[in-house]
Each structure stands twice: as C-alpha cells, then as structure tokens.
Design a binder for this molecule. Structure first.
Ligand code: ZN
Length: 487
C-alpha cells in the first residue's frame, strides 16, 4: 500500500514529465521517488504516534474517572447535607454531584464506596508555618535548619503531614522567599505531596529580629516599603504578611497595603496588640491573625466600632479573621496529658536526627517560657471570638501549626474541635470556615472551596457523622486532591 501511495504521489511528477514541463531524467525521478517514499514513511510515523497518543489519552481519561458513592455529603455551601451522595470525578475535577439513582456512574469508573462516611471539601488551614515543626527553641531551630535543609526536608515534610491530615489547601505565613516559592511550585508540579499552598514569603515588619533576616524583611520609609512589596510580587508570592505594624510609621503601613493591592495581593496582618489592629484597619488589611490582646478580657469599644464600620461596607467584601485559638486553648491539656506528643504522625518524612531534636526540646511541656501566660489568656478567647463573630467578621480556621508543641499532622482538627465542642459553634459553619470562605479570601472560589461540579476534586471523608463528632477529623480516612487519592 505504501508503494502504491508513494507511486500516486510521484505520479504527479511523472505527469509533469509527460506534459514536457519537466525534462525526463531517470536519476532525478528515482531520487524524487526515494525522497517522497521517505517523506511518506515519516508522515505515517508521526500519524501513528499521534493515534497512539489519542488512544492512550482517551483510555487514561476513561480510567481516570472516579465515583464516590453512598456517603453523606457536606458540600461547603452550608445547606442540608446530601445523603446517599454520588460524586463523579473526571481527571482533576468534579464532573457531577447528586444522589444515588439520579447520577449515572460512567462505565469503567473506579467506584469508591463512601457508605457510612461523611464526605466534605478538603480542609483549608489558613495559618501554618511549614518551616517549623513543634520544636520549642526558635533560636536553635532557625540557626540549625536553614536552606537547603529547610527547603529540601523540613518544609516538604510539613506539607506532606498537612495533606495526610486532610488539609488540601493551606496558607503559609512566613518563610524564606526562594524556599517558599520552590516548595509551593514543586507541590503544584506534582513532584512532592502537599496541599495547594499559598505563600507569603518573608514577613514585612519594622525591623527583623536578630538572626531572622532570611524570612523577616524590615522596611525603612515609604519608598522602601513599596520596593519590598514589588520584589515579593515579582517573585510570585500569593499574599503579604504584615506584622508589628504598630512599630512602623502610618505612611509605611499605608504604602505596604496600597502597593500589595496594586499588585493584586491581599494583606494579612498580625493583631497581637490593639494598635496593630487599629493601624491595620485604617490601612485596609484584608485578614487579621490571632485573637491577640494577650490576657486582656475583650476588644475595646473603639476597635469594635472600627470593625463594625468595616463589616457594614458590602462593596469591600467580608472582613476576614483567623483567630488561631487551639494553640492557646489546648495548652493546659497537652501539658497535663503529653501522651499525644508521642503520636508519630509528625515524624513523616523527617530523618531520625531531627525527630530526636524536636522530641528533646519538648520533654518538659509545662516549663516552656513560650506558653507560661496561656492559662491566663485561655479564658479570654471565647469572648474575643464571639465579639468578632457578632460584629460580622468572617472567621477562618487556622492554627499556627509548627509553633512549639503544635504539629502539622494534628493542629487543624484541634482548631475545629475547640470551635465546635468548646465554644459551641455550628459544625457546618466551622467546616465552611475551613473550606468555602478561605477560597473566597484567596480569590480561588471558582476552583476550590466546595464539592460541586467544575471545581477541583479536593475531597476528604471520615467514617461516621462528622457533624455530630467533629473530632473524627483527627483520623481522616480518605484524602483526594486534584482528583488524585493520597489516603
Ligand atoms: Zn503564626
């Protein structure tokens, strides 16, 4: 057949000879014939490769269909959970969501039973520190675990641990710039396992504390503030982390927020001290972190007025706040019941030398200076959270995971547990604070935050009723991120 075809092609040349437009030359004809033949073989080879690719892609797409069948779906939108649910995942995305009997399961789909399970969006943790892992001595840690070990070992292991805990998206609030970008991008390229990360890179503040210059950038004047933000934006960070803004001039604070917004970056501000909140509010910070105000019983009236003035403005979107309460709330419990520190979930991907280093530093949890004021701060947390919630602030789940005694593998479910079981917040409200609302703040709610058609398949499931027993999240049974099953 090949010969016939090549003859047909070369025949055009022969016809030209017959017409006399080209003079007959046997050598030339043979050469043309061989040329056309080889060209034809080449084209056929390309065609066969293309056909093979199309066939294998089609069969890959077919086998890459998953159907999660039977469980109760809490979709993240906040309405009544859907019983006997079916979720069809095609490749990385959710294709269809509905009830058993109503949604057709495609032929050849991998069927995963979720009978008896609660199914929900993958969790978001809005305040993590990948560069830390529970060690009690920051000075020692920062000195010992710098890049490259920070980038190659510590941060990837933290990310992997978060993912295994059901966290499919997370915000990282402060780490060296290059390491932050590289770890995030390696996860996104599928080279290492971890949540979809949103990185701030270095903190922006008045002056870095000695020895922390790698991940804390001081600003000196308005122009310097703008330059530093431009540099971070150019490097590709996902948002700006502002801290100690009460030590900066108001011009500097305004410049940071304005330049960030010009570069389409949200600003996340610390709120440890009253003046940090006031300045952050004035400058237009988008999200505040921690309840702050140390052991003071509540937010003062003028701050509450500012917050209510802000939440009244629909055109600005919601005011977000990540109260990070579990780290303070659970301290007494961990001090008195340290057995949970021996849970080896936080060892994942860490070499033994680092595990021993961390273990050694938390032998006496009751004697850590970092936590001594916690028992006095603890009773103020519920009041402060209630003030914020009543003022219309949208609260987000975030943990400060990585700080002393706080492991990435355990922090997130503990935060949800305190909200629901200690402060009496509604479990669906709490789950939305760990799924839907974070995606809105980060501007990715078209792709993330709920289990609904068209979004990335970031889905987790636990055996049992998570709305009745939120602490079931301490052992997530199924983790799917971008359609790929990790657990
Ligand atoms: Zn933090």
């Amino acid at each position: 057949m090949v010969c016939v075809l090549s003859w047909v092609i070369s025949n055009r040349y022969l016809q030209k000879i017959a017409k006399g437009s080209v003079r007959f030359n046997f050598k030339l004809t043979l050469r043309t014939y061989i040329y056309l033949l080889s060209k034809f073989y080449n084209d056929m080879r390309k065609l066969i490769i293309l056909l093979c690719f199309i066939t294998s892609y089609t069969s890959w797409a077919q086998t890459n269909v998953k159907a999660l069948v039977g469980g109760t779906l809490i979709d993240g939108f906040g309405s009544t959970p859907l019983q006997n649910s079916v979720i069809i995942i095609e490749g990385e995305r959710i294709k269809k969501v509905g009830r058993m009997g109503e949604v057709e399961i495609p032929k050849g789909a991998e069927i995963i039973s979720t009978e008896g399970m609660s199914v929900m969006p993958g969790l978001w943790d809005m305040h993590t520190h990948l560069m830390l892992n529970g060690h009690s001595d920051y000075t020692h840690w920062d000195k010992t675990y710098k890049p490259p070990i920070l980038e190659k070992v510590i941060m990837p292991s933290s990310a992997h641990q978060l993912l295994m805990a059901g966290v499919t998206s997370a915000r990282d609030l402060g780490a060296p710039l290059e390491a932050s970008i590289n770890v995030r991008d390696r996860i996104n390229r599928g080279e290492i396992p971890g949540p979809t990360m949103y990185m701030s890179g270095p903190f922006i503040q008045h002056k870095p504390y000695p020895g922390t210059e790698d991940f804390r950038w001081g600003v000196n004047g308005e122009a310097d503030a703008r330059n530093k933000i431009k540099k971070l934006a150019k490097a590709g960070v996902d948002f700006i982390k502002l801290i100690d803004q009460d030590e900066m001039t108001m011009e500097e604070v305004n410049a940071v927020v304005d330049e960030a917004h010009k570069n389409n970056l949200k600003v996340v501000g610390h709120s440890h001290r009253p003046e940090e909140i006031r300045r952050g509010m004035k400058a237009g910070v988008d999200c505040f972190e921690h309840t702050g105000l140390s052991s003071a019983p509540e937010y003062p009236e003028d701050i509450m007025d500012m917050i209510k003035e802000r939440t009244a403005q629909m055109n600005l979107g919601p005011l977000f706040w990540t109260p990070t309460v579990e780290v303070l709330y659970n301290y007494n419990y961990i001090r008195d019941n340290p057995e949970q520190l021996d849970n080896d979930s936080w060892h994942l991907d860490l070499p033994d030398s680092i595990i021993q280093d961390i273990k050694g530093s938390i032998q006496q949890p009751g004697q850590l200076p970092y936590f001594q004021l916690n028992p006095i701060r603890k009773p103020t947390l519920e009041r402060k959270m209630k003030q914020l919630k009543d003022a219309g602030v949208v609260l987000l789940i975030g943990t400060d995971s990585g700080v002393p005694l706080k492991f990435h593998s355990q922090s997130t479910w503990n935060e949800l547990d305190v909200w629901v079981n200690e402060f009496g917040l509604d479990p669906i409200y709490t789950l939305r604070a760990a799924s839907y609302w974070p995606s809105v703040l980060m501007g990715v709610d078209k792709d993330y935050g709920t289990v609904s058609a068209g979004k990335y398949a970031d889905i987790i499931a636990v055996k049992g009723d998570v709305l009745r027993y939120i602490s079931l999240l301490q052992d997530v049974d199924m983790v799917i991120k971008h359609g790929k099953r990790y657990k």
